[in-house]
Structures are given as structure tokens and as C-alpha cells.
Design a protein around this ligand. Structure first.
Ligand code: AMP
Ligand code: GLY
Length: 421
């Protein structure tokens, strides 16, 4: 089969690496890909938001399946566009991608289907929002409704900062805002839970723990993710059952009631308190860096699983995992998540080799004249799998130090809550 993957992050390099091992694969393209995907696929410089050009490329190269990595094209409706043209595509359609594309859409489903989540209010004007905030307990969470690359969420400690958040959102910091979402602050531990769905049924995929804050000890600004490990230390049979019955089953019921089908990965972002799950958010794709830490543990053929989602035959598939633990640490450009330099060479990267238990997945990198350059905030994902998270972390840190890249930084404490306690 000829396959194309859309995206250029660590998630897409991890997906491409796994797909490249499938006996069914004949040719793999990444649109546009990065310096890492270049090792396992052919990168194609093409703006995939230009759907006409994308379709032309797919047809000219007789591509059998398109896999969508990031949320933006999903929310934008790329799946609907390609499906209409009879192209096989893996990912949810525009309507159900609202689960990520509109936080208010998801909250309304939670309300209607009794899904445990933070209490909330939706406000159409700043005056209404301020009135609510004046009576609310602090801290409180103020959110922009639409996609904001993880930046549209404000955790506010006092009235002044919460009002400022509302003001910024209504002033259009994240695009035109007709409404603002205000939520109760949930205490607890976060967990990322993934399922795979073919539109008829869903199956559990795996769990992971992400570290979103830039600083060690989970302090400082929110980022796209500084590292992750899998499986999550929080999961147990009782919690798993509650997640399925209280959160995921009613969500799929809501999708069915809308007359829709959900095909693809669903990322369930949870807060766990006293072994009870609360939904923080849905994402309509794999997580990044969760994907990089989860996929190396997958013993089944990823391409088979994806095809069975497209063909509605997931029922027949067994999703098999290695009984190991996986650790991913992200090497970032100095200055991230604020301002950082681009086009900085990463010398000697070619000397670090992947093997069966250690992987480097590229994120913000680009190849030029056979040299690798950093062109993003999150640059490289170092992943190790073993029986022990601590030794995986030691291996990863040793490799990052061997690379000795002088424009980068990373967190040495990924997994500290279960490794160092
Ligand atoms: P989101 O973009 O919705 O994932 O939010 C980003 C991060 O903000 C989450 O990963 C949580 O760490 C935090 N967060 C969002 N909503 C809440 C909430 N209601 N209570 C506590 N933390 C939250
Ligand atoms: N790791 C967070 C995300 O993918 O949204």
C-alpha cells in the first residue's frame, strides 16, 4: 500500500516509524514531515491546507490511505473533503472533531449526558463573565472556546487575573470570540487515556502521563509537553471501568445521537481524584509527546489497526502491548515556550542510532544539505523502553548528554511522581 501521513511533529515521526515496519507498506510519504521522517519516508513539501494540491498529489501518486496527525486539519474538515473524493482517510470528520475544536461543544455534551467534569459557565459578554467571577472561588479556569495550540487556558489565582483573561479572550487573542468558558479548578492528577474507534465500536488503546509545564517539579509556563511516560501509574481496573462507563460510553452515545460516526484516535484528557475520573478535555488525535512514548510499546501492526478503523472491522483486531514501560524526554530550544532561535544546527545527531529499545523521534527539525537544523521549540524526543522507568530515564538522559547540543534544554525529572517518590 501507498500511505501518506499529514504533519511534521514527533507524533508523526513515531507513527511513520511504526507504519514503516508493516509488511503491507509499499511506499510512505510524509507531508511535509521533518528531518526524522526523512529517514523512514519520503518528505513532500506541500501545504496540505491547499486541499486542491493535496488531492492532486494523492491522485498522482495513487495513495491508498491518508493518516492525519494534527488537530487543525481535522477540525478544518480535511477528512470530509478527502472522503467525498473517495480517498481512504484515517481521522474523525469535521462535525465530531468539534470535541476538540470547541470546548463549549464538549461541555454541553457533558451536561446533557451527565459526564463528570468541572462545573462551568458559558458567557457571551465580559460583563456577565465578570459578574460570575466576582462570586466564584479562586483559583478558577478561564478558557477560549476554539483551538489555541494549548495557550487558550488560563488558571487564575485571583479576580484581577481572571478578569484579564476574559478581556484577552474577548479582545481576540485566540481569534474572534463570541463566548468564553469559565470552569471550576479541579484538583488531582492528570492522565491521558486513548481509545481507537472505527465508527461502530471502540477499543482501549493505552494510557500515558504528560508533563506540560516547562520547569522541573511541574512549575512555570504550559508547553506542548516536555516529556511523558506510559503506561500511566494511575490506571487500575476500577478506574478503567469508571472511565469507560461514565465518560467514554456516554460520549459515543452522544456522537450516535448526532447521527455521526467517530473514526480515529480519541484522546481523553482526565483529572483523577480519589480514583474517580473527571473529563478535562477531548482531543481528536494522538497526543504529542504521548504518541512517542506509547507507540514503541505496541506489538500489533499499527497499519492493520488503522485500516480496520477505516473499514469498520476493529472488532476483529487484538491490540497487543509489550509488558514494558516507556519514557520520553523532549529536548527543546533554549527560550521555549517563549522566543527561541531557529535554524540552529544539531551536529552529530547522525551518530545516535535507534535500536529495539531506544528511539529518537524528531519534532521541530529540518534537513538542509545533509545537515539537521532545529526549526521549532520542541526539537527532539528521546524515548527508551525497558522494565523499569528509572533506567529508561537514565538511558535517555545519557543520550541527550552525549548529543551535547548547546542550544537545548530538557527536564531531568519526567516521571518523578512515580520514580523518585
Ligand atoms: P486543555 O487545553 O483543556 O488541555 O488545558 C490545558 C491544561 O490546563 C490541562 O492539561 C490542565 O493541566 C489544565 N486545566 C484545564 N482545565 C482545568 C480545570 N478545570 N482544572 C484544573 N486544571 C485544568
Ligand atoms: N500532550 C498534549 C497534547 O497532545 O495535546
Amino acid at each position: 500500500m501507498k500511505i501518506a501521513i499529514l504533519g511534521n511533529g514527533g507524533r508523526e515521526h513515531a507513527i511513520a516509524t511504526k507504519i514503516s515496519k508493516s509488511p503491507k507498506l509499499q511506499k510512505l510519504y510524509c507531508i511535509p514531515g521533518n528531518a526524522g521522517t526523512d529517514l523512514v519516508a519520503e518528505n513532500v513539501e506541500l501545504d496540505f491546507y491547499n486541499y486542491g494540491n493535496l488531492l492532486r498529489f494523492i491522485k498522482e501518486n495513487k495513495i491508498d490511505l491518508v493518516i492525519i496527525g494534527p488537530e487543525k486539519p481535522l477540525v478544518d474538515g480535511v477528512v470530509d473533503y478527502l472522503s467525498k473524493e473517495n480517498i481512504k482517510v484515517f481521522g474523525p470528520n469535521k462535525k465530531v472533531s468539534q470535541l476538540e475544536g470547541s470546548k463549549i461543544f464538549t461541555k454541553k455534551i457533558c451536561e446533557k449526558y451527565n459526564i463528570p467534569t468541572a462545573q462551568f459557565g458559558v458567557f457571551k459578554t465580559d460583563t456577565e463573565a465578570y459578574k460570575y467571577l466576582e462570586r466564584a472561588n479562586m483559583p478558577i479556569v478561564v478558557k477560549a472556546d476554539g483551538l489555541a495550540s494549548g495557550k487558550g487556558v488560563y488558571i487564575c489565582e485571583n479576580l484581577e487575573s481572571s478578569k484579564k483573561a476574559v478581556e484577552e479572550i474577548f479582545n481576540g487573542k485566540f481569534g474572534l470570540a463570541k463566548q468564553v468558558l469559565i470552569e471550576e479548578f479541579l484538583q488531582g492528577d492528570e492522565m491521558s487515556y486513548f481509545v481507537l474507534s472505527d465508527g461502530k465500536i471502540f477499543k482501549r488503546f493505552n494510557t500515558a502521563q504528560d508533563h506540560k509545564r516547562v520547569g522541573e517539579g511541574d512549575i512555570g509556563k504550559n508547553t506542548g509537553g516536555m516529556g511523558a511516560y506510559s503506561p500511566s501509574g494511575l490506571i487500575n481496573a476500577d478506574l478503567d471501568k469508571k472511565i469507560i462507563t461514565k465518560i467514554i460510553n456516554p460520549t459515543f452515545e452522544a456522537i450516535k445521537d448526532m447521527g455521526e460516526k467517530y473514526k480515529g484516535f480519541l484522546y481523553v484528557g482526565l483529572m483523577i481524584k480519589n480514583n474517580n475520573p473527571y473529563l478535562i478535555e477531548y482531543n481528536v488525535r494522538m497526543g504529542d509527546p504521548e504518541c512517542q512514548t506509547i507507540l514503541p510499546l505496541l506489538a500489533s501492526d499499527l497499519l492493520d489497526l488503522i485500516l480496520s478503523c477505516c473499514n469498520q472491522t476493529l472488532e476483529k483486531q487484538n491490540i497487543v502491548w509489550e509488558e514494558k514501560k516507556s519514557m520520553c524526554v523532549v529536548l527543546c530550544s533554549n527560550g521555549y515556550p517563549d522566543i527561541y532561535k531557529k535554524n540552529v544546527e544539531i551536529p552529530n545527531i547522525e551518530y545516535i542510532k535507534n535500536n529495539d529499545s531506544f528511539f529518537i523521534y524528531h519534532a521541530g527539525t529540518k534537513k538542509k544539505d545533509n545537515k539537521v537544523y532545529a526549526n521549532g521549540g520542541r526539537v527532539l524526543n528521546f524515548v527508551s523502553i525497558s522494565n523499569n522507568l528509572k533506567s529508561s530515564r537514565e538511558k535517555v538522559i545519557k543520550e541527550i548528554e552525549n548529543l551535547n547540543w548547546n542550544n537545548g534544554f530538557y527536564r531531568r525529572d519526567i516521571g518523578y511522581k512515580i520514580i523518585d517518590k
